[in-house]
Write a protein that binds this ligand. Structure first.
Ligand SMILES: Nc1ncnc2c1ncn2[C@@H]1O[C@H](COP(=O)(O)OP(=O)(O)OP(=O)(O)O)[C@@H](O)[C@H]1O
Ligand SMILES: [Mg+2]
Length: 210
């Protein structure tokens, strides 16, 4: 009898532990979903608009913003490249703010931030994380050329790029380094997806604003 009762108690506590683990997993997923939602635009980017974009690039950025519906239908993003402090991230913020004001869902992350958030999700969170990363209509992956991580981390970054590509969800990315260096870093398939198929290539030159 005592054995039977203790067996029941053990079973009960195993069920409770399983339930708590499930709640923990659900909370983790929710936190990640929040990180990947529009709330991800940092304070520095909140006030950016097309008027904040350097005049040499303003027309191109405005053109992109005025055709968001079409860009989304084609999954066509923006690839911004050029020297430090030339205004790429500001232009990326401006696009996200314009899109958010138009009712589109947006997300801002750096490549490293994306990798770290993926690691926090853990192996069991893989599918949910990839699904969440494909949800926002427009996603900025800033500092794409600073995606340090293990070969597996870079594969995951490539997977996110590929899933968004297949879902026709535009990626707006910014880099400082030369094309061949970025290609080597993230892999030729990811690079091809992030720069091809109607993506607007925008070079930023001139002096740093910093
Ligand atoms: N058109 C502009 N006029 C004045 N200041 C600007 C303009 N565009 C950007 N800035 C300011 O210049 C600084 C650098 O801009 P930003 O971070 O957008 O450059 P970046 O190209 O992303 O630099 P990095 O390559 O180092 O990431 C920021 O403080 C930003 O507010
Ligand atoms: Mg930047």
């Amino acid at each position: 009898m005592v054995d039977f009762v203790s067996h029941l108690i053990c079973r009960q506590s195993a069920i409770e532990q399983k339930r708590l683990a499930e709640i923990g997993r659900a909370n983790k997923q929710r936190d990640l979903a929040e990180k990947l939602s529009g709330a991800g635009i940092p304070p520095r980017g909140k006030g950016a608009s097309v008027a904040s974009v350097g005049e040499n690039y303003r027309e191109a950025v405005l053109g992109y913003c005025q055709s968001l519906k079409n860009r989304l239908e084609r999954g066509a993003g923006v690839f911004m490249f050029g020297g430090k402090g030339t205004g790429k991230t500001t232009a990326a913020y401006a696009i996200l703010n314009y899109a958010a004001a138009g009712g589109y869902s947006v997300a801002y992350t750096t490549a490293l931030g994306l990798i770290n958030a993926y690691k926090a999700a853990g192996y069991e969170g893989h599918d949910g994380f990839i699904k969440k990363a494909a949800e926002p209509d427009f996603m900025v992956i800033d500092e794409l050329d600073k995606a340090h991580g293990s070969p597996h981390d870079i594969v995951i970054l490539g997977e996110i790029i590929d899933v968004r590509y297949r879902q026709q969800k535009p990626i707006i990315s910014c880099v400082n380094k030369a094309f061949n260096v970025v290609e080597q870093m993230i892999g030729e398939y990811a690079f091809d997806r992030i720069t091809g198929d109607g993506v607007m290539l925008l070079e930023f030159n001139g002096d740093s604003y910093r």
